[in-house]
Design a protein around this ligand. Sequence first.
Ligand code: 5GP
Length: 121
Amino acid sequence: AAPPPADSPTIFDKIINKEIPAKVVYEDDKVFAFRDIAPQAPTHILLIPKIKDGLTGLSQAEERHCEILGQLLYAAKLVAKQEGLGDGFRVVINDGPDGSQSVYHLHLHLLGGRQMNWPPG
Ligand code: 5GP
């Protein structure tokens, strides 16, 4: 697999800046959440930091990112509740080529609305 690309703007910058449309489900001062364009479950939402600050992926996290990482995880819980996922859900971070990451702006996948399989494959 190819190495991950350097830190450069991604499609998610255009979504944050509303240059391309997205179905936004949650927004606060730091976190932006919108429906995945190719949903893999009845609910499939992406949660991203509004300011990337070098976080192309989780593998690039530094200690200064701990607050935003926590905020993203907590926002995932809020959105899961908002989406009615009371029977459970899954949160996924794909990292790098082996993790099948395709967009190099850190994002959490929130998946639910059906039985999620384990192991994921
Ligand atoms: P990754 O594979 O990097 O973990 O996930 C990237 C996700 O972004 C994929 O699930 C893909 O469907 C989603 N995605 C890519 N481009 C767009 C877009 O323009 N709009 C939305 N809403 N989702 C996108």
